[in-house]
Design a protein around this ligand. Structure first.
Ligand code: FMN
Length: 207
């Protein structure tokens, strides 16, 4: 089949686009607002985009607040800081719960029962239950206009300035034990995948 996204002529019951770029890592973004209220939400339009400096990006769609901005994007733009927590099999339910559309000023960390802990270099909290935290300094926003003229996607870029990895997930050889971390990734629809011992394989790059 072939279809043009703008014509929406895929003929399928659901837009297949989200199922075509998979699996997507989940940036589980914790931030803090100007009043000091914590915020937590998952973003799967998320990735690492450069190595030196390590830089990550998440894309926030239109929000329900009057400024049409999602809380995570607004907080990062206002405070200049955020943390990406690794979402795992063990925290999958809380990750999903933290995506609920709630009023700005609602603390999703408290709502999910997760534990906020201080970061080393930024004011945004970390999620204690996550095995990895990337502490990020806001770099810039790139705006992508939506099809609907009033809508805009905010691509938020941040430099990773501090990284926490729980020691228990570092092997004796000094490698990351991702099979034990069990990170989860986003597929299309409401589906996910998880890394486990059966899903990892190695390919050596050609010289
Ligand atoms: C796994 C998952 C991935 C998501 N990815 C995105 C995304 O990339 N961009 C987006 O705007 N919303 C995404 N959402 C929806 C947001 O998490 C949701 O709108 C949330 O309420 C935003 O919270 P905030 O306003 O506190 O930032 C995702 C939801 C889930 C469950």
């Amino acid at each position: 089949m072939f279809y043009e996204p703008k014509k929406k002529n895929h003929g399928l019951p659901k837009n297949p686009f989200n199922s075509l770029v998979i699996p997507r890592p989940i940036g589980w973004i914790s931030s803090i607002d100007l009043e000091g209220v914590f915020n937590l939400a998952p973003y799967s339009f998320f990735n690492a985009v450069s190595y030196s400096p390590p830089t990550v990006m998440f894309s926030a769609g239109v929000g329900t607040a009057t400024d049409k901005t999602k809380d995570s994007a607004r907080n990062v733009e206002n405070t200049g800081e955020f943390v990406c927590n690794m979402a795992t099999w063990d925290t999958r339910k809380e990750m999903n719960q933290s995506s609920a559309t709630l009023d700005s000023g609602t603390d999703e960390i408290a709502l999910t029962g997760l534990t906020p802990i201080p970061s080393s270099m930024v004011s945004a909290p970390r999620i204690a239950e996550a095995p990895v935290h990337l502490e990020c300094k806001y770099l810039k926003t790139v705006e992508i206009p939506g099809w609907n003229e009033a809508d805009v996607y905010k691509l938020i870029f941040g430099e990773v300035i501090g990284i926490h990895i729980k020691d228990e997930f570092i092997t004796e050889d000094g490698l990351l034990d991702i099979e034990r971390m069990k990170p989860i990734g986003r597929l299309g629809y409401n589906d996910y995948t998880k890394i486990d011992a059966n899903s990892v394989f190695t390919l050596n790059r050609p010289k």
